[in-house]
Design a binder for this molecule. Structure first.
Ligand code: HEC
Length: 306
């Protein structure tokens, strides 16, 4: 009767080894780990994580409510800025949660989340959020943490979910037991300096589905976009609108473009927006940083005299 056990154990070990190998490979390619984590956990009341929102917006509206709680041993205040929002299926929405460390020592917290009714977890897509990693909060400090999400229009096609009018997203913050690999919450601070390294990760996450640095994919290559005229990569089939937009890409208009491409260049064909300002700031810093690299290479200078 004990016979099946070793086999079972071997299988578990093999599975763990595979997961570890997959993680190491992904780390090698600098794909954020949390993405893998969420890809692996996105079902049954947990949520999906996606790289972009190139889906259609449906007329159906649902209410998304937010609920928050904190573990008893965590001296934080944590609440949604808005208790609920109404969204069309497929519409990207940005909401904020506020967390304050009420104690006089820095504390690392870790959030878990849940979606109810459980049957809609599958359709609740979070593009960006704070819940995939540990967060350090300085004493007395308050941060606003963004969650950028949409509800998949496929919800409308699920006969089981016809009656769903309200979706509740709940977060619970716990004290982290192993606070290594902490991300400082200053990345949510609008006054923090731009972080091109974080930008590179965000680029992999949010842009690389359509863009590479050096060749056309769904979108044009972006390695040399900074200081380049809009719509000017030879051979790429731009929209007429972008081709004749008289723009040279700078920090300011790249930020504007990412916030709302349609507002900057009406009639263009880039289908996504980046709603969260600090995400845009860091992605743009990364694109600008690529220009700095390029200048250094072109003028034959070395890394030290930059
Ligand atoms: C779903 C696909 C898709 C995603 C994701 C996407 N883009 Fe684009 N992007 C496009 C397309 C298509 C165009 C060409 C638009 C046109 O011709 O009107 C474009 C054009 C651009 C341009 C103009 C380039 C030029 O040569 O003038 C910039 C800048 C840009 N994208 C930046 C980004 C950044 C940064 C991200 C990540 C936050 C991103 N895009 C994510 C599809 C995408």
């Amino acid at each position: 009767m004990a016979a099946p056990r070793p086999k079972h154990k071997t299988r578990t070990v093999i599975l763990l080894a595979c997961i570890l190998a997959a993680m190491l490979t992904l780390v090698g390619f600098s794909v954020p780990l949390y993405r893998l984590f969420c890809a692996a956990t996105g079902y049954n009341g947990t949520t999906q994580r996606v790289a972009d929102d190139a889906g259609a917006v449906s007329p159906r509206v649902v209410t998304v409510q937010f609920s928050t709680s904190i573990a008893p041993d965590l001296p934080w205040r944590f609440e949604p800025v808005k208790r609920s929002v109404q969204v069309h299926l497929g519409e990207e929405k940005l909401v904020y949660f506020s967390a304050t460390n009420l104690s006089d020592t820095p504390i690392v917290g870790h959030a878990t989340f849940n979606v109810t009714p459980a049957k809609v977890g599958l359709y609740f897509d979070k593009i960006q959020c704070f819940c995939f990693s540990d967060e350090r909060l300085a004493p007395g400090k308050t941060v606003l943490m963004p969650v950028d999400f949409f509800v998949d229009p496929a919800l409308d096609k699920d006969p089981n979910a016809k009656d769903v009018g309200t979706i509740t997203l709940s977060y619970t913050f716990f004290r982290a037991d192993k606070p290594d690999d902490i991300q400082n919450l200053s990345r949510f601070d609008p006054n923090a300096p731009p972080d091109p390294i974080r930008g590179a990760r965000l680029f992999a996450d949010r842009c690389s589905g359509c863009h590479t640095l050096d060749h056309a994919k769904i979108g044009p290559p972006l390695g040399t976009v900074f200081d380049r005229a809009a719509g000017s990569v030879a051979g790429y089939p731009y929209s007429a609108a972008l081709k004749k937009a008289k723009l040279t890409w700078t920090v300011a208009n790249l930020d504007h473009w990412l916030a709302d491409p349609e507002a900057l260049v009406p009639g263009n064909k880039m289908p996504i927006k980046v709603l969260e300002p600090n995400t845009r700031r860091d992605i743009v810093a990364y694109l600008e940083h690529l220009r700095a690299d390029r200048t250094a290479t072109a003028s034959g200078s070395t890394a030290d005299n930059r």
